[in-house]
Design a protein around this ligand. Structure first.
Ligand SMILES: Nc1ncnc2c1ncn2[C@@H]1O[C@H](COP(=O)(O)OP(=O)(O)O)[C@@H](O)[C@H]1O
Ligand SMILES: [Mg+2]
Length: 334
């Protein structure tokens, strides 16, 4: 079981409140991602759940039990960090078994858990190697293995992939998702990368300055962002947010339209403009278009085959079914 509930949890360091009181429920077996810009309090929130930091106010419940005063080692949670913190002189086997040796678990039970974790993580052939003889991805898997053998109620990941190169990051992302499907254990995963959040989460918690801006499934956040912060943070390339007469026309202070919801034409359309820089990804091309109506260029996603040169005259037409409207405070309308 791995149900986690925070009620009115807050955290101050000296006089500085970095997390005002918040409530959050995480269901057993869920993959929850905390995402937000650097310094918004993601790690602090995770450390409060792990017990590595004391809450200033509020309660942490694990499976209905008040865990607020329970020390980290007794909470039944396993944390995986960005730095693998493996012991270089120990074999992979010994590294994975380390928490079990510390807990003085029966040797045969240690062996059983280590070989099971190794199988899940494709490390069986590497058990006698040292960490220095492994790739970055394999080392990360050893660190995860060390968490798995503890058979925790929940796994807590703090930006575990930030040290890996881009290709490896995508591979590990899939591996962790696959692991979650197989273990069906609660996972809380911290990242500043909204793509990781979108691709991995059952439930995303968007944080800004210690405040939860929105909680929802990836598609809920994509389709109905509650405010302009979430609208701009979730989705890549980011949503175009526009003010002025065009927003007023839609009874809004700000309108938002995603790059994939704007049609681009050389013949006719709502907003005349001029093509600036374009980014070719092969399958898609992102055009940055300076329109007469807006001070900032708009980003438009088009088919990779569309060939428009720098300076070309175009017309943009937003798909009004996908128009987002926000009030003066940046809150979603309707
Ligand atoms: N031990 C600490 N003492 C004082 N301030 C801290 C401490 N840990 C974190 N902070 C502050 O709390 C805020 C949130 O930090 P953190 O949770 O690490 O953010 P994130 O993980 O989202 O980048 C930051 O302003 C950071 O400087
Ligand atoms: Mg952090």
């Amino acid at each position: 079981m791995g149900k986690i509930e925070l009620t009115q949890v807050s955290k101050s360091f000296d006089d500085t409140e970095v997390i005002p009181p918040l409530d959050l429920k995480i269901e057993d077996g869920e993959f929850v991602v905390f995402v937000g810009p650097s310094g918004c309090g993601k790690s602090t929130l995770l450390r409060l759940i792990a017990g590595l930091e004391d809450v200033t106010t509020g309660q942490v419940l694990i499976d209905g039990q008040d865990a607020t005063d329970i020390p980290p080692a007794k909470r039944g949670l396993a944390m995986v960090f960005q730095s693998y913190a493996l012991y270089p002189h120990m074999s992979v086997r010994k590294n994975i078994a380390f928490p079990l040796r510390m807990a003085r678990l029966d040797k045969s039970e240690q062996d059983r858990r280590v070989s099971e974790a190794a199988k899940v993580l494709n490390l069986t052939d590497y058990l006698d190697r040292r960490p220095g003889q492994l790739s970055g991805g394999q080392r990360q898997r050893v660190a995860i293995g060390r968490a798995i053998v503890r058979e925790p109620a929940a796994f807590l990941f703090d930006e575990p992939l930030s040290n890996l190169d881009a290709a490896l990051r995508v591979g590990m992302r899939l591996e962790i998702s696959e692991l979650h499907k197989r273990l069906a254990t609660t996972m809380i995963y911290v990242t500043h990368d909204q793509v990781e959040a979108m691709t991995m989460a059952d439930k995303i918690v968007v944080l800004q300055a210690g405040v939860i801006e929105q909680v929802g499934s990836p598609m809920e956040l994509y389709r109905t962002p509650r405010n302009t912060f979430v609208a701009g943070f979730i989705g890549s390339p980011r949503m175009n947010l526009l003010n002025g007469p065009n927003a007023t026309k839609h009874d809004a202070h700000t309108i938002g339209i995603r790059p994939e919801h704007i049609a681009i034409s050389t013949r006719a359309g709502d907003w005349p403009g001029v093509v600036g820089v374009s980014e070719h990804l092969g399958s898609d091309t992102f055009f940055h278009v300076k329109c007469d109506d807006f001070p900032e260029p708009l980003t438009v996603r088009a088919d990779g085959d569309l060939d428009l040169r720098y300076g070309a005259k175009v017309f943009l037409t937003p798909d009004t079914a996908h128009l987002h409207r926000f009030d003066q405070k940046g809150l979603r309308l309707k």
